[in-house]
Design a protein around this ligand. Structure first.
Ligand code: ADP
Ligand code: MG
Length: 745
């Protein structure tokens, strides 16, 4: 690109006006879920008995039969056709991170040479997308190409444009998961079962526990013209070169600042569409970095929340283009400023309305609260390495460990009140050992409430204030922080499917609660009163999971050493972190909780390694091209201009004067030669490193080679490119600069 073209593009970007988003007559409450086949619509479009059956299917208490499916499909078709729908698709989440869809028209031959519009129960329930080109990690070899998608009735169908979208799982013919949704649903079932059993100690009427997820989606917006002029952004989603802008986020003037008009129009448009699709958008604001923003809905049941997050990411990308932007979901689009994450707020709640991670009013509630907090910590403690593996990627590594995001060690922050409460519980003598004050009469074995109350009081479990938010001071360095009535897992990357983290977290919680219950029941079987037994095991676990608790500064060098001493996973190399998917503890946990089998984990591990390698391979290629075809020629051209100037100085000045005046230019010429030489030589090395790595057959070894030899070279060369940017005439610089991309309004 010539420099004039660059200025033109920048100029255009600055001149753009917000596009007008028409004002809606209706209030959000009126158009909310307009394009979703909600229970209300089911009631309207389905016969009463079919509706009733579907409610049971959705709640998991009945299995879908073909007759019901046919009846549901008929009602759905009627509703969809009123909205002008002509096609339907199964919508699934393959292991590529995005979503996939294959559209089929409603049309069928009518047998008389014409067409009828058809949509059957079979089409609703099952499809066979040609699965051969989705990553399967060897589970389904390409020649078989057999996989199928099956409707997930727990996530309602919705309409986008002329298409009826049906959320589905995607599995192989032999039943292995080829997606995120299938294992997520199993993990949610496991945690429901385990948590219900434990919740029943406290509240016998509980019959179901729901996992909640509230994600916070961070993103960047860049003007479309500037984006198109950056091959690295276009191909990899991040800038592989570019010197810091003189002003970036150091003034702290962007976070929660007033939203630029063009962006506000985009947000409004996005929110209307999201609300129409039943996504309960609530919060929007500027984030810390320039051009960085966040959108957060109200939390929902985890399976639905994951679908909604996948949907919002694609809506964001599409809507951004309508407004002349590109939406960057990459975890680190720009070096030197904050990257983007997707904080996952997670909690469990009963079907009777108790938030299990929230403190309550009675001592019984508080013992339940402590139980669920401590078992969450047990889950995170036992699988801290696996949790890290669930969020590691070639892109998220740029964020983890930099001084802006959670560090590459998973630990948990509890805050002062809760931390002290656990200390107190831990140090009070065990009720099993010291019977004093626990002289419970025989009849108090039940009801639980009475026992719990008495026991808790006698043990001095302090009253826990309901609002702990203020106290759980915002420790931004903690990857897994308690925030009043939930945990916030902050290491999840902005473009990731949060299901990966939710599968691990919920399964680990299911395991922790199952083990908890086994031990409590063993004590009860020996004659220990239930609440005493619970407290005893809670105490034991407070001690066991202590190493995971850390309220200090997660970025400090001291913490890295301390964490290693505590036995936490401190590995930083992504391919090696991924080994955790096959660690004996992991395999055992997933098998016991009936979430994934070993071959499914092997497949996931292989896909993650392969994706890691490919991402860095693409970066290395495009980076090499940029260096050789954009940077070196530009730098050489400017250097020639300087050399020319040096010669001309000699023509017009006496030799001695010319030498004196030429000194600075000569120094620049020399610096540029050195940078150029470094770049050229190391790009050659980069190509060679890739060649060597590409010859490796083993997925893991190949990814390690890319991590150890290819990725570091990119960073090393970049340093020299970014220094050339400071020297070369701005007129000549071929790529939009950080200051141009980051401050478009
Ligand atoms: P922050 O101050 O951390 O940026 P936000 O308001 O942006 O908070 O987002 C908080 C998210 O946490 C929202 O999606 C909110 O609905 C969700 N949330 C609140 N309470 C719970 C809970 N008990 N369980 C799960 N998610 C919750
Ligand atoms: Mg937020």
């Amino acid at each position: 690109m010539s420099s004039t073209l660059r200025f033109q593009i920048v100029g255009e970007a600055f001149k753009k006006k917000p596009i007008e988003v028409p004002n809606r007559e209706e209030r959000p409450s009126e158009f909310f879920a307009k394009y979703v086949f909600t229970r209300q619509k089911m009631q309207k479009y389905l016969p009463a008995e079919v509706y009733k059956k579907m409610c049971d299917v959705i709640d998991g208490s009945a299995v879908l039969d073909m007759a019901t499916a046919d009846a549901v499909a008929a009602g759905m078709k009627k509703w969809a056709m009123e909205l002008g729908v002509t096609h339907c698709t199964h919508w699934f989440q393959p292991l590529t991170e995005g979503t996939a869809e294959k559209h089929d028209g409603f049309v069928e031959h009518d047998g008389k040479g014409g067409m009828v519009e058809e949509f059957t129960g079979k089409q609703l329930v099952q499809q066979e997308p040609d699965a051969s080109s989705f990553p399967s990690g060897g589970i389904r070899s390409t020649f078989e190409a057999r996989g199928y998608s099956a409707w997930d009735p727990a996530s309602p169908v919705f309409v986008i444009g002329d298409t009826l979208m049906i959320p589905t799982i995607f599995i192989s013919y032999t039943g292995e998961a080829l997606d995120y949704k299938a294992p997520l649903k199993k993990a949610l079932k496991a945690v429901d079962k385990a948590a219900t059993a434990v919740a029943q100690y406290f509240y016998p009427d509980v019959t179901k526990v729901i996992s909640n997820l509230g994600w916070e989606q961070e993103y960047f917006l860049v003007d479309e013209g500037l984006y198109a002029a950056r091959p690295d952004l276009l191909m990899t989603g991040r800038t592989l070169l570019g010197h810091d802008s003189a002003k970036n986020q150091q003034m702290d003037d962007h976070y929660l600042g007033s939203i630029p008009m063009r962006v506000a129009a985009f947000m409004k448009d996005l929110e209307i569409q999201a609300l129409e699709l039943g996504i309960p958008c609530k919060t929007r604001h500027n984030e810390v970095a320039p051009n960085q923003f966040e959108l957060a809905p109200i939390y929902e049941e985890t399976n639905l929340a994951v679908d909604h997050n996948m949907l919002i990411m694609s809506l964001m990308k599409r809507t951004a283009r309508k407004h002349g932007f590109r939406c960057l979901l990459h975890e680190k689009p720009f070096a030197g400023i904050n990257g983007s994450g997707k904080h996952c707020n997670w909690s469990l709640a009963t079907n009777t309305g108790v938030l299990l991670h929230g403190p309550g009013k009675t001592p019984l509630d508080n013992l339940r609260f402590v139980t669920f907090i401590v078992e969450s910590l047990m889950a995170v403690y036992r699988h801290n390495g696996l949790l890290k593996a669930s969020i590691i990627s070639a892109t998220n590594v740029h964020r983890l460990g930099a001084s802006e995001a959670p560090p590459a060690i998973v630990s948990s922050f509890l805050g002062k009140t809760l931390g002290e409460l656990l200390e107190q519980l831990e140090t009070t003598a065990s009720p099993i050992l010291s019977e004093e004050g626990l002289n419970l009469d025989a009849e108090s074995h039940s009801p639980f409430e009475k026992v719990g109350e008495r026991l808790s009081l006698s043990l001095d479990i302090p009253q826990i204030p309901e609002l702990m938010q203020d106290d759980t001071d915002r420790n931004r360095t903690s990857p897994f922080a308690f925030t009043g009535n939930r945990f916030e897992f902050r290491a999840v990357g902005s473009q990731q499917n949060c299901a990966a983290a939710m599968i691990v977290l919920n399964t680990a919680m299911a395991e922790a609660l199952t083990d908890f219950k086994t031990r409590v029941d063993a004590l009860i079987a020996q004659g220990t009163e239930p609440m005493k037994a619970i407290l005893h095991i809670v105490r034991e676990d407070i001690k066991t999971c202590k190493p995971i608790r850390f309220d200090g500064n997660g970025y400090s060098e001291a913490w890295k050493q301390e964490a290693a001493r505590r036995g936490l996973d401190v590995e930083t190399s992504a391919p090696i972190i991924l080994d955790q998917y096959l660690a004996p503890d992991t395999v055992e946990m997933f098998a016991r909780m009936k979430v994934m089998r070993r071959n499914e984990l092997e497949a996931r591990n292989e896909i993650k390694l392969e994706t890691y390698t490919k991402k860095i391979q693409i970066e290395a290629r495009i980076f090499g091209d940029l260096c050789m075809n954009h940077i070196i020629p530009t730098s050489t051209r400017y250097q020639s201009q300087l050399i020319d100037n040096v010669h001309k100085m000699k023509e017009i000045y006496p030799a001695e004067t010319a030498d004196r005046l030429n000194r600075t230019n000569l120094r620049l010429i020399e610096q540029m030669s050195e940078h150029n030489a470094f770049i050229i030589e190391n790009v050659e090395q980069l190509i060679e490193a890739r060649r060597v790595a590409n010859r490796i057959q083993d997925y893991r070894e190949k990814a390690i080679a890319y991590h150890d030899t290819v990725a570091p070279l990119i960073e090393k060369i970049r340093y020299h490119v970014d220094h050339l940017e400071l020297i070369v005439d701005d007129e000549l610089w071929p790529l939009p600069k950080y200051r141009e991309m980051l401050f478009i309004r």
